[in-house]
Design a protein around this ligand. Structure first.
Ligand code: GLY
Length: 352
């Protein structure tokens, strides 16, 4: 079991990493709720696998549980679904003394967080992330959002949960593809901030990863904690977490979010940008080959697919990584040492 606190001046909150913690949630939520009403937002897949176990445990502690069950997938992260959630919350008579729980991957976490941020101008919520990507990244740091048809996460807010409860045991049921998807973000943490973590990932074989997963999740959460504490509102250091994401998001978008998962896009982006920055003399030679070897071991792609340059450039905008006419690329000096490299958007094509 590992405990961390996100030490933000206005609202510090705990992150608990504990195997089987979902079977103790009835007790764990006590400090965060004043009345007896809990609304869980989840998707049909997560519900089928773990919903009953979670609900039974919470009900055993005397809480009244309401469930909002969504279709899995990115399409649920929309303004239309958000409005349905508001209506359900009204029908359950949800107040600021009750508790909302996001139980799922990144889509459920971002959407529930945004509903919590905006319903009645803010109701308390906690995160119980179930995918690797959500456990190491999206459940921590208060980014909440919905998508517009023009792009992902274009409407959102910073709104922190009251607590994050991470159960690494839930990862056992992830498909190999979605385990690898999350491992792309784990590799990212090694690249930007933790050469020891990167080395550890290089040494472990694929089957050993799951044996060490709680410690790996902890190390990623610890890095995210430090970065968020330093730059909560994403104005500076937090942008380092976007390593690989500029091209990654572009690749995802060009293929209409159907061919590549988020992690696969990031994997391609990390290798591609590092190869280019090596050629341009910003990065220690050999770094991109190490990244590629690790991605390949974890069944992640590294090559930029055959896409039209204009199409990809188009897909990069509008994007939250742009500031005015500049775009902030994240580059590595070497593994574990990253920096922000602002360039004019028109110079982006040099990185192809
Ligand atoms: N996922 C990147 C961030 O939280 O800033």
């Amino acid at each position: 079991m590992f405990n961390l606190t996100i030490d933000l001046p206005e609202a510090p909150y705990p992150i608990v990493i504990q195997n089987n913690v979902i079977k103790e949630m009835g007790q764990k939520i006590l400090p965060f709720i004043q009345r007896k009403k809990v609304v869980i937002i989840t998707d049909k897949n997560v519900y089928a696998a773990y919903g009953e176990a979670l609900i039974q445990n919470i009900e055993k502690s005397g809480f009244q549980v309401h469930l909002i069950l969504l279709y899995p997938g990115e399409n649920s992260k929309s303004l239309g679904v958000l409005e349905c959630i508001y209506k359900e919350l009204l029908s359950y008579n949800m107040t600021k003394s009750d508790l909302l729980i996001a139980f799922g991957g990144g889509v459920i976490g971002d959407l529930t967080g945004f509903a919590a941020a905006t319903f009645l101008r803010g109701v308390p919520f906690i995160q119980i992330p179930t995918s690797l990507i959500a456990q190491v990244d999206s459940s921590i740091g208060g980014k909440t959002a919905v998508n517009l048809k023009e792009g992902k996460n274009l409407v959102g807010s910073f709104y922190h949960p009251k607590a994050v409860f991470i159960d690494p045991q839930l990862l056992q049921s992830l498909s190999p593809r979605f385990f690898s998807d999350g491992m792309a973000e784990v590799i990212k943490y090694g690249c930007i901030k933790d050469s020891e973590l990167f080395l550890k990932l290089e040494k472990l074989d694929k089957d050993q990863l799951m044996l060490h997963i709680d410690e790996i999740v902890f190390r990623c959460c610890e890095i995210k904690k430090r970065v968020v504490e330093e730059d909560e509102k994403d104005e500076n250091t937090r942008m380092l977490l976007n390593f690989g994401h500029t091209f990654g998001h572009g690749v995802e978008k060009v293929f209409n979010y159907k061919k590549y998962t988020h992690g696969e896009g990031v994997a391609i982006g990390m290798y591609h940008i590092t190869k280019k920055s090596e050629e341009m003399g910003y990065t220690q030679m050999g770094t991109s080959n190490r990244i590629k070897a690790l991605l390949t071991k974890l069944n992640l792609p590294s090559q930029l697919p055959d896409i039209d340059e204009t199409q990809l450039l188009e897909a990069l905008s509008p994007d939250k990584k742009t500031r005015g006419d500049d775009i902030h690329l994240i580059l590595l000096r070497s593994i574990g040492d990253s920096f922000i490299h602002p360039i004019a958007k028109r110079d982006l094509k040099d990185f192809f």
